[in-house]
Design a protein around this ligand. Structure first.
Ligand code: HEC
Length: 121
């Protein structure tokens, strides 16, 4: 059998390259830790998240709801605002809000649990 001519490869490769780029974009975020592997603290944090954050943020996607999706929020270089996702910065955003995001009053335990959960995303 004859190998495809070079021009055939040139015709075939742009869609293939686009597909690889799209797959690469999806894989560039590290996966979230599965619920089955959460520690007790992370599981408590997930509950806080459900009560206080889930109505505005998807936890396992970067797609926006009312606010940006929070998948891998502690693993990215910069959050949507451009600030690095340190625990200090996250704490300030959570407690005091940010622009149109309202602040969420939490006690120290809830805050620690929630931060632990955010690190699993
Ligand atoms: C009423 C909706 C709402 C709730 C509830 C809410 N957020 Fe947000 N959040 C937003 C919006 C809107 C933004 C984008 C604000 C901006 O930066 O302009 C945002 C931004 C953020 C950011 C990105 C900050 C940055 O610097 O880019 C983080 C992280 C975040 N929220 C976490 C949380 C967590 C954790 C909770 C739960 C304690 C929460 N949010 C609750 C609406 C909400």
């Amino acid at each position: 059998m004859r190998a495809p001519s070079p021009s055939a490869w040139r015709l075939a490769s742009p869609p293939a390259a686009a597909l690889l780029l799209a797959l690469g974009a999806c894989q560039s975020l590290p996966p979230s830790k599965p619920a089955s592997e959460w520690t007790a603290q992370e599981a408590r944090g997930a509950q806080v998240y459900q009560e206080k954050c889930a109505r505005c943020h998807y936890p396992t996607s970067t797609r926006g709801l009312h606010g940006p999706g929070l998948q891998a929020i502690t693993k990215v270089k910069a959050m949507p605002s451009g600030a690095p996702p340190t625990d200090e910065r996250l704490t300030a955003v959570i407690l005091h809000g940010h622009q149109i995001m309202p602040g969420t009053p939490l006690d120290d335990d809830q805050l620690r649990d929630l931060l632990a959960y955010l690190h699993t995303l």
